[in-house]
Write a protein that binds this ligand. Structure first.
Ligand code: 13P
Length: 253
């Protein structure tokens, strides 16, 4: 039997929380999380709050992640942040390809093809986000879209490292809308994503963690997280309250 994948619940704060708010949040999160949570727990915070979050997480198992990263280590890229800069802050991971960055900041599958291996090479755990729009789902294009996003972004990752990537399936129509995917929809899409990884490496498919994201709340988390291929959640709005994030972590137990 392959080892059971450890669930992972990460809170994506998006553009929320100052340094002062981060310190208060982390104090509360540490207070409400059990000593031995049933999942890995992470917070994906704005660049300006990373150092404060890392400092607050020291001595705990809470992972601190950035929300984006440039694919080059350095260069003339005004306004960008590189993997070595994140590593210097002792950041653990980085969200890559979030649909909001694809929509508003011209993030492309081509850039992700370099970002994912750059993160891995630097020792950062990438959380690669993929997901279809409502139009694509209604048009029966979900699998085509997911295949394109997953294959393109993972193309330059060697098979033995594929299992180190975390993938978040985030249907665009479920993000920030309160319209959570059904457990069956999440399971179906995530099993498909796992099979895509399996086309490259069977071992990686067993090991890779695929999370669901999109309107996950304390009261709907357990049903989605109970699906066999759903390895956790990437939580937006609900993660802004540490009590709600902790409640979603508890739903993994
Ligand atoms: P919501 O949980 O607010 O729908 O956001 C999901 C998301 O985009 C996480 O990255």
């Amino acid at each position: 039997m392959p080892e059971r994948r450890r669930p992972y619940v990460a809170g994506n704060w998006k553009m929320h929380k100052t340094v002062a708010e981060t310190a208060a949040y982390m104090d509360e999160l540490k207070r409400v999380l059990p000593a031995d949570p049933p999942a890995d727990v992470g917070v994906c915070v704005p660049f300006t709050a990373l150092a404060a979050a890392v400092e607050a997480a020291r001595g705990t198992a809470i992972k601190v992640c950035a929300q984006n990263m440039h694919q080059q280590a350095q260069g003339a890229y005004t306004g960008e942040i590189s993997a070595p800069m994140l590593v210097e802050l002792a950041v653990n991971g980085v969200v890559l390809g979030h649909s909001e960055r694809r929509q508003y900041n011209c993030e492309t599958d081509r850039a992700l093809q370099d970002k994912v291996p750059a993160a891995l090479a630097a020792g950062l755990e990438p959380i690669l986000c993929v997901g279809e729009t409502e139009e694509e789902r209604d048009g029966g294009e979900t699998e085509r879209r997911l295949r394109h996003q997953v294959q393109e972004a993972l193309e330059k990752v060697p098979p033995e490292q594929l299992g180190d990537v975390v993938i978040a399936y985030e249907p665009v129509w479920a993000i920030g809308t309160g319209r959570v995917a059904t457990a069956a929809q999440a399971q179906e899409a995530i099993a498909f994503i796992r099979a895509l990884v399996g086309d490259r490496s069977k071992e990686a498919a067993e090991r890779v963690r695929v999370l669901y994201g999109g309107s996950v709340k304390p009261d709907n988390a357990a049903e989605i997280l109970s699906q066999p291929d759903v390895d956790g959640a990437l939580v937006g709005g609900a993660s802004l309250d540490p009590n709600d994030l902790a409640a979603i972590v508890a739903a993994c137990g």
